[in-house]
Each structure stands twice: as structure tokens, then as C-alpha cells.
Ligand binder design. Structure first.
Ligand SMILES: Nc1nc2c(ncn2[C@@H]2O[C@H](COP(=O)(O)OP(=O)(O)OP(=O)(O)O)[C@@H](O)[C@H]2O)c(=O)[nH]1
Ligand SMILES: [Mg+2]
Length: 218
């Protein structure tokens, strides 16, 4: 299938404290690479991946990889509104990053109101459990996910475990939301784009231009 022939584009944002591994997750998903030494994100980075959500339905996933550091918050905030989905990421070995998930969630919801974003909660660096470094139990993370109305996934960019699942759970939820009417395309909003709709809009502009031209000739 030609990857450029996508029917929808979803914009998805990465959220969570600095060093929880947001950039590493995207690097693993889009390039299948892991770096022990990776630069902190400055402002916002951008990644793309194509996913066939069902046979013949290609979706372009556009990811905004935000910086977790507070000093970049005014920049990253401006990306919330045009995102349809979000990954709320914490490090299973870092208790504070788990406690901050509610703050990230509240801040994003406040900015996208009255609309809603589709989230997945990710307990990242699951490989740290083997080193005896787990600081957040699976049970309490699942409880938080239930309270936020999301799914919980544990993953590791280092081993690659469940990385694909994190991104695909959120992409498929958005696609289902589109089909059920829970998520809608909105004028002046870039969270979701439809290539079919864009082609139709272009055609109607061309048609109206042709009609105007004909009237002028008459
Ligand atoms: N053990 C372990 N370490 C990881 C994993 N993923 C990332 N790291 C390490 O965690 C550190 C931070 O990773 P980043 O991907 O830069 O974290 P970030 O959330 O993008 O950080 P900011 O850009 O500052 O918001 C790096 O040293 C990574 O090598 C993982 O799955 N397991
Ligand atoms: Mg980063």
C-alpha cells in the first residue's frame, strides 16, 4: 500500500515529566532504535508514522514530542489544542513522575475544553523492575487509569516491550471515536484531518471558480 495515500491524519501529543522517556518511545516506534544518551527535548519535536488501522484504512500519525521541563511549558501548551490524542507518560521507577500525571491531565483538559482528548496512560521503563527499581505498582497505575477513563500500558523503549501497543491503542481509540461520533472533525482545528474531505473541499472551490468564470464569459 502506498503510504502517502492516507485517509486520515491524527495529531497526538506526548505528555509527562522530563526524563520519563517520551522521545525514546518515539524513537523506538518510528526508527526501532534506543539511545542510552539522548538529548533532552528543547520545546517540541515532530515525528511521523503510518498505521493501517483496518484493512485499506491508512492513517498518518503525527506526533508532537514535548519537552517535560517546566521552562518550555509556555511553548508546549500551545500544542494541546490541536491534538486529538495524548500519551500520559510516567517512569515506573520515579514516584514523582507518577504523582504529576494528574497535573498533566488537568492542564491539558483545561486547554482543550469544551472538547475532550483521547488518552492512554503509560508506565514507562518497565525494564527497571528487573533491577528492583519499581516505585509505582501496576495496581495503583491501573486505578489511576480507570479514574481518568483511559487504558494503562506498561512499556519499555529499552527492550521494545509494548511500545507499538501504546501508540496503536490511542490511534485505534481515536479511529473508533470517529466512527461512533465521539470524535468529530471541526472547522479550524488540526487534531484530525481527512484527505477525502480535503479533496472534496478542493473540488468544490474549483467548481465554484469554474461557475464564476462561465458567468463572466456569458
Ligand atoms: N531503563 C530505561 N531507560 C530509558 C528508557 N527509555 C529512555 N530511557 C533513558 O531515560 C533518559 C531520558 O529519556 P528521554 O527519552 O530523553 O526522556 P524525555 O521524556 O523525552 O525527556 P525530556 O525531553 O526532557 O522531556 C535517557 O537517558 C534514556 O536513555 C527505558 O525504557 N528504560
Ligand atoms: Mg524528550
Amino acid at each position: 500500500m502506498d503510504l502517502t495515500l492516507w485517509q486520515y491524519q491524527f495529531r497526538i501529543i506526548m505528555l509527562g515529566d522530563s526524563t520519563v522517556g517520551k522521545s525514546s518511545m518515539l524513537k523506538r516506534y518510528t526508527e526501532d532504535k534506543f539511545l542510552e544518551c539522548i538529548n533532552e527535548t528543547v520545546g517540541v519535536d515532530f515525528y511521523v508514522h503510518f498505521l493501517e488501522v483496518e484493512p485499506g484504512m491508512m492513517v498518518k500519525l503525527q506526533f508532537w514530542d514535548t519537552a517535560g521541563q517546566e521552562r518550555f511549558r509556555s511553548v508546549t501548551r500551545s500544542y494541546y489544542r490541536n491534538s486529538v490524542g495524548g500519551l500520559l507518560v510516567f517512569d515506573v521507577g520515579n514516584r514523582a513522575s507518577f504523582e504529576h500525571v494528574r497535573d498533566w491531565y488537568a492542564e491539558v483538559c483545561e486547554h482543550v475544553m469544551p472538547h475532550a482528548m483521547i488518552f492512554v496512560l503509560v508506565g514507562h521503563k518497565s525494564d527497571r523492575e528487573l533491577a528492583g527499581e519499581r516505585a509505582v505498582s501496576k495496581d495503583e497505575a491501573e486505578k489511576l487509569a480507570a479514574q481518568l477513563g483511559t487504558t494503562y500500558v506498561e512499556a519499555s523503549a529499552k527492550t521494545g516491550q509494548n511500545i507499538q501497543m501504546c501508540f496503536e491503542v490511542v490511534a485505534r481509540r481515536i479511529y473508533q471515536g470517529l466512527q461512533s461520533g465521539e470524535v468529530r472533525l471541526r472547522e479550524g482545528w488540526d487534531g484530525i484531518k481527512s484527505s477525502v474531505l480535503q479533496a472534496q473541499q478542493l473540488q468544490s472551490i474549483q467548481d465554484s471558480e469554474q461557475t464564476k468564470e462561465k458567468k463572466r464569459c456569458c
